[in-house]
Write a new protein. Structure first.
Length: 87
């Protein structure tokens, strides 16, 4: 069975949307503005587990209990060269 051009385009769009949605599900988002923080930006975690970006942190009354740095997708997958020569 052959797919028409329209069917192939619909299939490609559906696969693209599914891939983007799967990647977006793993990202941290601000609970107030729903913005995805940029790489290198700090996010702040509060008592009830909600997350705020640097822009929305000023609107919160309470102090955050923790902060995290947003890393790029390569974080943890790079190679570190260790110098093991005798000193």
């Amino acid at each position: 069975m052959r797919l028409s051009v329209d069917d192939r385009t619909d299939l490609e769009l559906a696969l693209l949307r599914r891939g983007v949605d799967e990647r977006a599900a793993d990202l941290e988002r601000c609970g107030r503005c729903h913005r995805t923080p940029l790489i290198g930006e700090q996010i702040y975690i509060y008592d009830q587990g909600f997350v705020r970006c640097e822009l929305c942190r000023a609107k919160e009354r309470d102090a955050p209990i923790a902060s995290q740095l947003i890393h790029g997708p390569e974080f943890g997958h790079t190679i570190k060269i260790a110098d093991r020569r005798a000193a």
